[in-house]
Ligand binder design. Structure first.
Ligand SMILES: NC(=O)c1ccc[n+]([C@@H]2O[C@H](COP(=O)([O-])OP(=O)(O)OC[C@H]3O[C@@H](n4cnc5c(N)ncnc54)[C@H](OP(=O)(O)O)[C@@H]3O)[C@@H](O)[C@H]2O)c1
Length: 320
């Protein structure tokens, strides 16, 4: 391991052009952290929001910063000799962004509770597309909505990074899944487990969807959340995941007799280990839309900002 590493840093907030290739100090492992050689890093809307300085309630990193939350790679140093994560093991997880350096870099040092064994059946590129999106999907579908047999759940933006996991988790736990997506994603979303797909480019979902127990809203447009109140049964739940301004939404939900919550993803290696088992068993899959070199991460940001990627974008940083 060398004392410096390749990374992409931002020194100011702004457009994709502020993502700059740099040679910076390799992080030193501290306390209970695991030092990981990053093979691939996932790209998330949070990275774009942090780059813009618009991450809202998720917080913004101090500048200069290395962005990137997701990683898949190989353990270089463990917290102690008998630690279950040993040097050489293949792992995946979530970095502590925005408080520490991210994963658009050759190495990252992360708390051991945020890293676990990589799904064996996945390449590093595939595994890097999983952590933040799948943990968010698990959090809203399992922990908050408590998906179960017969429950009716509407998931907005089922084709996105979080959405494609949310559709699969909700169907896996027996829920009747309705989702919104554009024409090109319709049959794929059915394959993932959706019972009904509403093409939001041609139809208004509130005219097509019978009453649901829960809406999981993954679209950063408060109007979608407001219209969703029309399709939730009395006493049902609206979960708004984007970090957009939700002023007034809680009050509108209360007037409509609907419960309302926002959401914040929490890194959790135990949950990631469960998700790894579902990926290895084939019950759940990750879809990687495109793969970029580290030097081209700005192009990944440009595409993600257009808002129509299917599944995940991943940056490949090293050979497996
Ligand atoms: N609070 C948290 O902890 C947390 C954690 C993770 C993510 N988030 C937020 O959750 C949101 C979703 O994240 P993500 O990673 O899934 O984003 P993403 O991958 O960028 O989502 C892209 C998808 O959105 C779909 N889409 C766009 N507009 C739509 C509309 N009006 N109706 C239905 N689908 C639409 C697109 O489908 P088509 O191509 O078919 O249009 C595309 O597949 C983001 O705002 C993100 O910041 C929050």
């Amino acid at each position: 391991m060398t004392s410096t590493m390749r990374a992409v840093v931002i020194s100011e907030n702004g457009g994709p052009e502020v993502l700059t290739r740099a040679q910076i100090s390799t992080p030193s492992r501290q306390g209970s952290e695991v030092l990981v050689r990053v093979v691939a890093a996932g790209v998330n809307p949070f990275d774009v929001e942090a780059r813009n300085g618009l991450a809202g309630r998720c917080g913004s990193p101090e500048l200069p910063a290395v962005l990137g939350c997701d990683f898949s790679g190989v353990v270089v140093q463990s917290p102690y000799a008998a630690h279950p994560l040993r040097p050489g093991q293949e792992v995946y997880g979530v970095a502590s962004v925005p408080r520490a350096a991210g994963t658009y870099a050759e190495y990252v040092s992360v708390p051991a509770l945020q890293v676990t064994r990589k799904p064996k059946s996945l390449s590093h590129v595939e595994a890097a597309g999983v952590p933040l999106a799948a943990l968010t999907a698990w959090g809203v579908v399992v922990d908050v909505a408590k998906a179960h047999d017969g429950q009716r759940i509407l998931i907005h933006a089922g084709a996105g990074g979080v959405g494609h996991f949310a559709v699969q988790f909700a169907a896996y736990f027996g829920a009747h899944v309705v989702t919104t997506g554009s024409t090109r994603n319709s049959s794929w979303l059915r394959q993932l487990g959706a019972a009904q797909v509403v093409d939001y480019t041609a139809q208004r979902f509130e005219a097509e969807v019978e009453a649901v127990d829960v809406v999981i809203d993954l679209v950063a447009d408060p109007d979608v959340a407001r219209r969703s109140l029309q399709v939730i049964r009395p006493g049902g739940l609206l979960i708004h995941v984007p970090v957009t301004d939700t002023t007034g939404l809680a009050e509108e939900a209360e007037s409509a007799g609907v419960r309302f919550t926002d959401y914040a993803m929490a890194p959790d290696a135990t949950c990631l280990a469960v998700i790894a088992r579902l990926l290895d068993s084939g019950d759940v899959s990750v879809y990687v839309d495109d793969v970029y070199d580290l030097d081209d991460v700005a192009d990944a940001h440009r595409l993600l900002e257009r808002g129509h990627t299917r599944g995940k974008l991943v940056v490949k940083i090293a050979e497996d």
